[in-house]
Design a protein around this ligand. Structure first.
Ligand code: NAD
Length: 284
């Protein structure tokens, strides 16, 4: 049964096609959307992510710069780079790839990014606005999941959405966005007891724990929509999610694969946010 697989690659390409048209309109008005990606150290996963981000920018006709910094850079030096990017008119979006090395306070760096250029949606101002439903940059992964649900005609209002994971970048904002669309939301996390009693009630189950294949069919209600955020390596070093796809797809009505589900959407939404940041400069 393949028709119930949510094809994130295909939906992401529909989203980026629309972004491309917006980029062309911006260029006609003399503005090329620009994204700066800051990478500290040489974490191979982070390197892959930032390469994909800058490549997608190029494909869509956007300007991008990658700033690669030494693992042992001081917090002050990193903050100086962020400040320079805040003041650079060619740059509309700034992304500092997380995680950062131990000597650097991530919260301080995120707070230093201008909220006008906070295309990751991690700045406290963006998060606060998101919480009260004001227009702002939305965190790319949960924003991408909302698009996946929309493009897949998943009804949200009145449904029970269960989120496993409460990180600031995925779990928490995910629950808020679903709440804004009138879902009843339950958060589960590492201290939750009897996880399956909650997950078994989910009409929409979002899994973002970072534990390979931890959720199988036993945790899933028949007919539920399952969104797998995880990116892990299995015992054969193959990419896999936090959901055991082979087992879960037997009971899910719709399900995202890994790779090819949530991942491509995260990048697509980053492009959309960068485009929006550039449009905002014309409107302000
Ligand atoms: P994180 O480590 O910050 O948070 C994990 C969360 O899972 C925590 O809130 C924790 O309480 C919860 N958790 C851990 N073990 C649990 C358990 N046994 N039962 C219930 N809850 C448990 O991770 P994150 O940044 O939110 O990322 C989660 C996963 O999503 C990772 O695999 C990450 O690589 C992936 N990710 C993917 C994308 C994407 O674009 N596809 C983006 C961000 C993160």
């Amino acid at each position: 049964m393949t028709n119930h697989i949510i094809d994130g690659k295909q939906i992401a390409s529909q989203v980026t096609e629309k972004v491309k048209e917006r980029v062309e309109r911006l260029k006609d008005q003399g503005v090329t959307p620009g994204l700066a990606v800051v990478l500290v150290g040489n974490n191979p996963a982070s390197q892959t992510y930032v390469n994909n981000k800058t490549k997608t920018c190029e494909r869509l006709g956007m300007y991008s710069v990658m700033i690669e910094l030494e693992e042992n850079i001081s917090e002050e030096a990193l903050l100086a780079h962020v400040e320079a990017l805040n003041n650079d008119n060619k740059i509309h979006g700034i992304l500092v790839q997380l995680p950062l090395p131990k000597q650097i306070d991530e919260d301080r760096v995120i707070a230093a990014i201008s909220p006008l250029k906070d295309v990751d949606g991690f700045h406290p101002e963006s998060v606060g606005k998101m919480m009260i439903g004001q227009q702002t940059f939305l965190s790319c992964t949960p924003f991408g999941i909302m698009k996946l649900l929309e493009y897949s005609d998943v009804e949200i209002a009145g449904k029970h959405a269960v989120i496993i994971g409460r990180s600031n970048i995925v779990g928490k904002p995910m629950g808020q966005l679903l709440l804004q669309k009138d879902a009843t939301v339950t958060y589960c996390h590492s201290k939750t007891k009897d996880l399956h009693t909650f997950t078994k009630q989910a009409d929409i189950l979002v899994v973002a724990t970072g534990h390979a294949k931890m959720i199988d069919a036993n945790f899933i209600k028949e007919g539920a929509v399952v969104i797998d955020v995880g990116i892990n390596r299995d015992e054969n070093n193959k990419l896999c999610g936090d959901v055991d796809f082979a087992s879960a797809q037997e009971v899910a009505s719709k399900i995202t694969p890994v790779p090819g589900g949530v991942g491509p959407m995260t990048i697509a939404m980053l492009m959309e946010n960068t485009c929006l940041a550039a449009e905002n400069t014309l409107n302000n």
